[in-house]
Every structure is written in C-alpha cells, then in structure tokens.
Design a protein around this ligand. Sequence first.
Ligand SMILES: Cc1cc2nc3c(=O)[nH]c(=O)nc-3n(C[C@H](O)[C@H](O)[C@H](O)COP(=O)(O)OP(=O)(O)OC[C@H]3O[C@@H](n4cnc5c(N)ncnc54)[C@H](O)[C@@H]3O)c2cc1C
Length: 288
Amino acid sequence: MFIKDIFSSKKPVLSFEVFPPKQDSGLEAVQSAIETMSKMPIDYMSVTYGAGGSTSKNTANVASFMQDKLNLTALAHLTCVSSTKEDIQNTLNDLKNRGIQNILALRGDIPQDKDFVLPNDYAHASDLAAQIREFGGFCIGGACYPECHPDSPSLDTDIENLKIKVESGVDFLVTQMFFDNDAFYRFRDKLAKKNINVPITAGIMPLTNANQIKKMCVLSGGASMPAKFTRMISKYEDNPEALKQAGIAYAVDQIIDLLSNDIDGVHLYTMNKPETAEKIVTVINSLF
Ligand SMILES: Cc1cc2nc3c(=O)[nH]c(=O)nc-3n(C[C@H](O)[C@H](O)[C@H](O)COP(=O)(O)OP(=O)(O)OC[C@H]3O[C@@H](n4cnc5c(N)ncnc54)[C@H](O)[C@@H]3O)c2cc1C
C-alpha cells in the first residue's frame, strides 16, 4: 500500500523505524524484534539504510520480511550521495521486484573519509526523488528538519530547498527527531505559509539511556533540549532504570501534546527495542 494513501484515509498515522543488522548474522535478532513490534497497532514500519549504502542488501531484506512475512507496509530508506545513477537504478529495480512500494528518498551524509571518491551523480535528495518519480510505481517520502539541517545557513533557506524536494516528487515528510514541540509547530506553520502541503509526520525518539542521549544529540545535528528535558537527564543520569522510565514518559508527554495539536502522524524511532515501543504504545494507543 502507498503510505500517501494511508495518510489520505486516516490521521494520525503511527509508524516505527528500525535499522537493519550490519552483518547477516544479526538478521534473525532484528527480525524477531520486528515481529514483536508488528503486533502493535501501527500503520507502517520503516527500515534505515546504512551510511554510504553499507547495509543496502539488509535494508531490502528486512523490508521484504516486513511485507512478505508480517503483512506490514514497509518504507525502505535509500540514500544517494555515495551512489551512481546506475547503482540507484539497480536498487529501484530490486525494490520493485520485491514488491516494495514506499521509499524514503535521502541524500545521506557526505562521507568524511578523504580517500572516498564521491561519484557526484547526486547533490541533493531532490535529485533522487525526481529519479524515483521518473522510474514510477513508488510512493516517495522525504526527510525534513524542524530546527534546520546542519548544512543549511538558515531555516528559511532549508525550507526553500525542502519545497524543491517536495516539488520533485515527495508525497510525505518525516521529521528529524526533536524534543521541543514548539519548534515543530513553528516549522509546520512556516511550511504551510510556503504552500508545502504534504503530510508531515513527527519523528519522536524515546531516549532511554545516557550514552544514547549523547550520541543522538550529535546525530540529530543538535536538536534543542528544553530545560524540562535537560533537568530530567541531570536528575536521573546515574540511575539507568529511572532514566529509562523518565525518557519514555517524556516521549509519551510529547506525543500527547502533538496529537492534541492535530498532527498528521507520529514516527517512533524505536531503535529495534520492542519493550520501549510497547510501553509507549500502551499509553497512546487509544489516541490514534
Ligand atoms: C527521517 C530521517 C531518516 C533518515 N534516515 C537515514 C538513513 O536511513 N540512512 C542515512 O544514511 N541517513 C539517514 N538520515 C540522515 C540524512 O541522510 C542526513 O540528514 C543528510 O545529511 C541529509 O539528507 P536529506 O535527504 O535530508 O538531504 P537533502 O534534502 O538533500 O538536504 C541536505 C542539505 O542540502 C540542502 N539542499 C537540499 N536541496 C537543495 C538544493 N536544491 N539546492 C541547494 N541546497 C539544497 C538542504 O537545505 C540541506 O541543508 C535520515 C534523516 C531523517 C530526518
């Protein structure tokens, strides 16, 4: 099923994100976590693409597993900056043959390894979205950044670029994680003023341990941390169980506020942890 059709038929939409194993040997453990999560009332599940295409085969394998074995709608992430046009065309053929219908079209991070020679076939995710649209037969998602992508000089410039991406064929948007809902509401208003009218689903990351929090702050390009959030971390950082509970409660609180503000959807960055997903879903289930 096309995810854009899910957004047309029901709102809010609930989705989970998982990542594939780096090695084939980890596939079973990931599949088992996904199977547990598939029993929760979600509308689709997305599977990430390793930086530079490092896990591309397993992204497709996990997406096929979701659809073929669990009857879930799968969203396969795909990055382009380290690939040639031919690589991507081959991947699109593979995804089509597997019956995958939804792709999150991403640029990917520019590799920092000086020895890596960029093919330079793609500058932006919009180039990939245009290619997928021309290929045909896929519903296309794109990433967006309520607090600005780190490469952009300003949020307004980033939104101008986002408009190009949407006009290139993107059917719905998934946000970078954020911890400050007000930043998201300001962003949503700005997109509406620019006539960017595709559904926007809010990426929520339940932070459940101190290392994850440090790592995610770097990966998210510096999502701002409201005082309420930083107070919670400093209060419980030496008590792992309490921090986990508090992190889940914070995510639930964020989601309830978003749902009260007529959000199109919530995309939970579940980090392959069914227990965390389940604790959240148990509380918010009746709100969807
Ligand atoms: C929901 C989500 C899922 C993700 N999943 C993955 C994943 O699975 N694997 C992975 O490796 N990474 C993933 N990422 C990270 C992503 O690859 C990086 O954030 C990357 O740096 C940017 O990708 P993008 O698709 O947003 O790029 P783009 O949309 O191309 O934007 C990147 C930068 O280029 C600018 N730009 C865009 N278009 C133009 C234009 N036409 N002219 C000038 N400037 C332009 C933008 O303003 C921005 O600053 C994900 C991010 C999000 C938010």
